[in-house]
Design a protein around this ligand. Sequence first.
Ligand code: ADE
Length: 231
Amino acid sequence: YRTIGVIGAMKEEIELFHEHMHRVRETERAGITFYEGEFHGKTIVLCKSGVGKVNAAVTTQLLIDTYGAGAIVFTGVAGAVNPELNVGDIVISTECMQHDMDVTALGFPRGTIPYEKTSLFIADPQLRELAKEVSGELFSGRVKEGRVLSGDQFIANRETVAVLYNELNGACTEMEGAAVAQVCSMNGVPFVVIRSMSDKADGSAHVNFAEFTVEASNNSFRIVEQMLKRL
Ligand code: ADE
């Protein structure tokens, strides 16, 4: 890929990239700052999308149209949904879905976007493979491939987690991945989402999130760093 877009939602999620990249140009579009430059010899565009699906969607379309991103990697933290995942563990997206898309009143299954070909946005096999290789080396035994669920909700109760796990087959939950994934799919641009668990999306999620976001963000950074080196 000539240019790789790297997105995080929050400051903590892009901080280490910002520190370690050689920045050439800094521009602003739609209130989002895009940092173009070199990272381990690769041309990247780094940005902080802000939280939620709208921010993530706008950022992704700008990365593609304005900044020429040919592939997009999302890096950051998530709430664990699969009970086998612990804080600090890694999820590599197989696909993404919007868990808060709810047109069940009209008979559509939860998560289904009416009248679209699909509501599951599939991550790029090559980027997934590379992520798996790298994270296996760095976080052996603490990595799962699985479905990343996104919604404009911070999940902090066990009942919701059970629904996300049992009904929607989620591995983790966050607030941007499926928006990035859908925009990438609409544009034919390959993507993968890398998330390290900051919490278990349960009653302690707010406390754990505050305590572990930096550590989890750094786990995700280490994986994406090695991926970019090898791309
Ligand atoms: N990101 C990190 N933890 C999360 C949670 N519990 N819900 C939504 N997004 C998150």
